[in-house]
Design a protein around this ligand. Structure first.
Ligand code: ADP
Ligand code: MG
Length: 359
C-alpha cells in the first residue's frame, strides 16, 4: 500500500468539532442535522470521500457547494452522465492549442525536417519533439486532475455518479484511493492537500461495493419537520412562521402519499415563496390547491393531492366529513358532481368538487 498523501501535521484541521460544522454551515444557510454534520466533520478529519445517496432535492449537491464556501476551498464539479468518457473526467489534451502552436512554429518545425533524407527520418525527428507537445503546457485538466494538481485546496464534487458507467466509476475509485492521477506522457500527479471529495447519487443504479467501502456513506432523506422549517426560515421566504410550520406539515402529508415524485426541499421553499408573494398569511385548502402545481409536476400526483389537501390542511376536519356532511357541503358536492359544472367533464370530479365545495 502506498503512503497516503496526507500531511496531518502541516494541514490544520478545518473544523474543530461537529458543532462547529453545524454552526458554520448554518451561517451559510445550510441546515444540517447531527448525522450530516458528523459526516462532514469526519470527511475533513479522515480524508475519506463521502458518498451521499438519496432522492432528488434533499441537499446533496448543495452540501458540497456549502462545504466549499465554508472552508474557502475551490469547488470543482464533475457532473456525471451516461456514456461519459475518461477524458472528460480526468484530463484531456488541448488540441486547439497544440494546433495553434504547430502553425505558428511552422518554420521552426520546417528547420527540423529540412535536411531529412526521407519521410521516415522526418517523422522520427518530429516524434522526438512529442514531449514538448504532450507536456503540462498542453494539458487540459478536467475536474479530477484539477482537484489533485491545483495549488489551492479543493472540494471535488462528483455529482450524480450513478449516471456514469461502471467503468468510469472504477476509474474514479482508483484516483480517489490515493488522490492521484497518472498521465502516461507526463507522470503521476499527487495531491499536496487532498481534496474533500463529495460524491452524490440519486440511486438510479446500485453503486459498486468497492465505492461504498471506500467512502463515508450517508443516506440523505427528506428532513424532519423541525429541520425543514429551519430551512424555510433560513431562506427568508416571506411567509409568516406559523404558516411555514403549517406548510411543512402539508408537504409531509403529500410525501406520505406515495406520489410519483415527492416534493423536494427546494420545492417546499418555492411553495412558501409563492404563497408569500400571493400575500397568504394563513393556509387554506383553496389557495394550496391553486398553487400545489409548484411542488407537483405530474397530473396524477396533482389529482391525488387535490383529493387530500383539505384533510392535510386541517386534519381535524377529516373525520366528520363523510358522515356529517349532510349540510351545505353535501348538497354542493352533489350539485357539482352532477355537473352543471364549472369543471370540465373529463376532470376527475371528486377532487375538484370537494375543493370547490369548501366555503
Ligand atoms: N439542508 C438544507 N439547508 C438549506 N437548504 C437546503 C438544504 N437542503 C436542500 N436545500 C435547498 O434545496 C435545494 C436543492 O438541493 P440540491 O442540493 O440541489 O438537491 P440534490 O442535489 O439532493 O438533488 C438547494 O439549492 C437548497 O436551496
Ligand atoms: Mg444534485
Amino acid at each position: 500500500m502506498p503512503d497516503t498523501p496526507q500531511q496531518p501535521d502541516t494541514t490544520p484541521p478545518e473544523f474543530g468539532s461537529v458543532d462547529e460544522v453545524a454552526d458554520r454551515f448554518a451561517a451559510h444557510g445550510y441546515i444540517t442535522d447531527r448525522r450530516l454534520a458528523t459526516t462532514v466533520f469526519l470527511l475533513s478529519r479522515l480524508g475519506k470521500p463521502v458518498l451521499l445517496e438519496g432522492p432528488a432535492g434533499v441537499g446533496k449537491t448543495e452540501l458540497a457547494k456549502t462545504l466549499a464556501a465554508v472552508t474557502g476551498r475551490r469547488l470543482l464539479r464533475l457532473q456525471c452522465y451516461e456514456g461519459q468518457d475518461e477524458s472528460r473526467a480526468l484530463y484531456d489534451w488541448d488540441y486547439g492549442k497544440q494546433l495553434l502552436y504547430t502553425q505558428m512554429l511552422r518554420d521552426k518545425i520546417g528547420d527540423l525536417t529540412a535536411d531529412a533524407p526521407d519521410l521516415a527520418t522526418a517523422v522520427g525527428r518530429i516524434e522526438a519533439q512529442d514531449s514538448v507537445f504532450f507536456s503540462e503546457r498542453f494539458l487540459a485538466p478536467r475536474p479530477v486532475l484539477e482537484a489533485v494538481r491545483g495549488e489551492r485546496p479543493a472540494v471535488l464534487l462528483v455529482d450524480e455518479v450513478d449516471r456514469a458507467d461502471e467503468a468510469l466509476e472504477a476509474m474514479l475509485l482508483e484516483c480517489l484511493a490515493e488522490y492521484q492521477v497518472s498521465v502516461p506522457e507526463i507522470g503521476t500527479f499527487t495531491a499536496k492537500i487532498p481534496p474533500y471529495v463529495v460524491l452524490t447519487s440519486n440511486n438510479t443504479r446500485d453503486l459498486s461495493a468497492a465505492l461504498k467501502r471506500r467512502c463515508l456513506h450517508l443516506f440523505l432523506d427528506y428532513p424532519d419537520a423541525d429541520r425543514e422549517l429551519e430551512i424555510l426560515r433560513a431562506k427568508r421566504t416571506g411567509l409568516p412562521e406559523a404558516a411555514e410550520r403549517h406548510l411543512v406539515q402539508v408537504v409531509r402529508g403529500l410525501r406520505a402519499l406515495r406520489l410519483r415524485k415527492n416534493p423536494s426541499i427546494s420545492e417546499t421553499v418555492d411553495w412558501a415563496r409563492t404563497l408569500a408573494v400571493l400575500g397568504v398569511e394563513e393556509l387554506d385548502p383553496q389557495v394550496l390547491a391553486q398553487t400545489v402545481n409548484v411542488v407537483l409536476k405530474y397530473e396524477r400526483d396533482l389529482n391525488q393531492a387535490l383529493d387530500v389537501l383539505p384533510r392535510l390542511v386541517d386534519p381535524n376536519r377529516a373525520l366528520p366529513e363523510p358522515g356529517h356532511g349532510h349540510g351545505h357541503e353535501h348538497s354542493h358536492r352533489h350539485g357539482h358532481s352532477h355537473g352543471h359544472g364549472h369543471s370540465h367533464g373529463h376532470e376527475h370530479g371528486h377532487s375538484r368538487n370537494r375543493r370547490a365545495s369548501r366555503p
